[in-house]
Design a protein around this ligand. Structure first.
Ligand SMILES: [Zn+2]
Length: 143
């Protein structure tokens, strides 16, 4: 037998929450929507309106009315989805801003007329007189 004082594991807490959600979603059909608040009130609660979070009556109704609980859960999911989209947009904007800042600093630190392409890319030009004296592998000079 398990110890009733033993704290729940993370898995047990997740399972308990899942079962509670299942009960709220399915065990209180309320087909006539008796005592249901307005959709707006449910949406405001889902958006964590601080005044509504303090109203026990509304919260008590939502957890004992499956249609209202579903509406609330859908609003919360929509909010999470919007927040994920906002975070993705902000991340993209931050990366673009960083790239722009790096390019700006790089351009400002270069001397006028310098393109910056030769760094690691195209080898620097060798004056012609020096190039003629150097031997290139695979090319023998016939004098
Ligand atoms: Zn309801």
């Amino acid at each position: 037998m398990t110890d009733p004082e033993r704290p729940l594991t993370e898995f047990e807490v997740d399972e308990l929450v899942r079962r509670c959600k299942d009960v709220c979603l399915n065990e209180y059909p309320n087909p006539d929507r008796v005592g249901c608040p307005s959709d707006e009130a449910i949406e405001r609660l889902a958006h964590e309106d601080q005044d509504l979070l303090r109203t026990d009556e509304l919260i008590s109704h939502i957890v004992t009315c499956s249609p209202c609980f579903r509406k609330h859960a859908a609003c919360r999911e929509q909010l999470r989805s919007r927040n994920r989209l906002k975070m993705a947009a902000l991340s993209t904007a931050a990366v673009l801003l960083l790239v722009f800042a790096v390019l700006t600093v790089r351009n400002l630190s270069m001397a006028p007329g310098q393109t910056g392409i030769s760094k690691g890319g195209v080898p620097p030009r060798v004056p012609e007189s020096k190039a003629q004296t150097e031997s290139q592998p695979g090319h023998s000079r016939i004098a």
